[in-house]
Design a protein around this ligand. Sequence first.
Ligand code: MG
Length: 385
Amino acid sequence: MGGPALRPLVVLGATGSIGGQTIDVAKRLDIPIAAIAAAHASPELVALAESLPDADVYVVHRGDEAERLERLAGSRLHFGSGSVTEVAATPDTTVVNGIVGFAGLSPSLAALYAGNRLALANKESLVAGGSLIKHALADGGGELVPIDSEHSAIWQCLRGEESASIRRIVLTASGGPFRGRPLASLDEVTVDEALDHPTWDMGPRITIDSATLMNKAFEVIEAHHLFGVDYGAIDVVVHPQSVVHSMVEFVDGVVKAEIGFPDMHKPIQYAITEPARAAVDSPPFDLAGQSLTFERFDLDETPCLRLGYEAGRAGGTAPAVLNAADEIAVAAFLEGRIRFTEIATVVADVLDLHDVHEPGSVDDVADVDEWARAEAERDIASRRA
Ligand code: MG
């Protein structure tokens, strides 16, 4: 690729799906990886540390493979939860945050305060910590770019445009495995049915969140923060083929979309190379023989999506509660403790109990997160008492 050399990468959540695909992209484009970080010293992390002999390795918990990792990585190895936040502040890097869960927020803030480019896949950073991220961006001079396919699409559609020109953002949603099925018929859905996503292969929580549409609810909130667009100007449309990754309608009626066959390597690569594009050998994009379909959503039939708009509009700590209660409810569903349709009712109950306020720090958000988890557990226990 021409142009200036790309900054070295710090890959957080290196053993996860986004982390792995980021490392693929880095190897293909010959981008140096300064550091990798993961929650546990797992066999996967040992293998990564072996294949990336120049990268520092950051681990939160020691885990089963700690001793093997110590022998292999030696002085490259750093343990402790603070170490992951510290490495996100490595100057002049692009930090890819593929951490799953609330633990991703502090490293995101550290990256932005250090003036780095933050390529964000961690949902909690914007959903739970939206206002904190905004302050970090303003104070640190860092840059926030999305990795999620929908937000990457919108970002690309907005290149060269002014925000005053946006009329509406249209997020596409595959609709998940239960698309078109009435809510009333989803009471008896099994864990296996819910885990069977038609187009994207992802981890268990995000797959369930795709089936309930909670994932799309989070994406609506993220789009609001990323692009500064009011909730009334963010629509969601069902598009089962996942070829149109999202669209922007402008004030003159022109609509731009970003399209292609689903492959997360593309948005990850763009988040790293933007404003440049790096050439990749890929089969020609051919729409011949494909039919693309779109359907409207009924918010009465998709309670998690409705809750997302409600929590987003309530602002402050409400989206953090939405996220934390959902994580507990999804875990309870996966363990067979509640029905699929109860995920939404648990989350709604916890949101109802919450006094929304503006969080001042990560600790504030963490307190709310902890409160919401405890309330969700209480709500779930009371259902089977
Ligand atoms: Mg997405």
